[in-house]
Write a new protein. Structure first.
Length: 177
């Protein structure tokens, strides 16, 4: 029964610490919010309806010939606003990737220190390490599109080396026992 409780509390530590770090990042470094960009989506009621016998290019030409308030002009304005939002979102993703990776590495490192100082509380160390690993993974997922492949590779190599080194250290410690 004690092993079950240790597992439950280890998973609980992982989940709570992960959520706490995500909330901390969002409090101190909030993501771009679509509504802050005032991109008006003009919806279907303003879309130019063209004869099905003409090409898409011809339809755009007809729409472009309309007044400044046409669906074409509105769509162009929306597209420009959307591009601005997407650019900000990519920058945020890159920064989130770096922040989450650094915090994840620190959490994993601290979990290993705690594990070696208080080995009887391995469930807490395991939960902490798991939350750090999930934080690193979340950083990769969130920042995948906005982060340069060289940066992702460099950080992945460092993180993988650290995780493998910690795993080897833990395995050596327990294989002697």
């Amino acid at each position: 029964m004690a092993n079950v409780m240790n597992t439950v509390f280890g998973i609980g530590v992982a989940v709570i610490l992960f959520v706490m770090v995500l909330l901390g990042i969002s409090v101190f470094y909030p993501s771009p919010n679509w509504s802050d960009y005032n991109c008006t989506d003009y919806g279907m009621e303003n879309i130019q309806v063209c004869n099905p016998n003409i090409t898409v290019g011809d339809c755009y030409k007809i729409a472009a010939a309309d007044s400044k308030d046409s669906a074409y002009a509105q769509q162009k304005s929306f597209d420009e606003c959307n591009k601005t939002f997407e650019a900000a979102n990519k920058i945020y993703g890159k920064n989130f990737f770096i922040i989450a990776s650094i915090i994840g590495v620190i959490i994993v490192f601290l979990s290993m220190l705690f594990f070696f100082k208080v080995p009887s509380m391995a469930n807490i160390s395991a939960g902490t390490a798991l939350s750090g690993l999930v934080m690193i993974f979340t950083g990769f997922v969130r920042g995948w599109q906005g982060t340069n492949d060289k940066i992702k590779f460099f950080l992945a190599v460092i993180i993988a080396a650290m995780i493998i080194a910690f795993a080897v250290i833990v395995n050596r410690k327990y294989s002697r026992s």
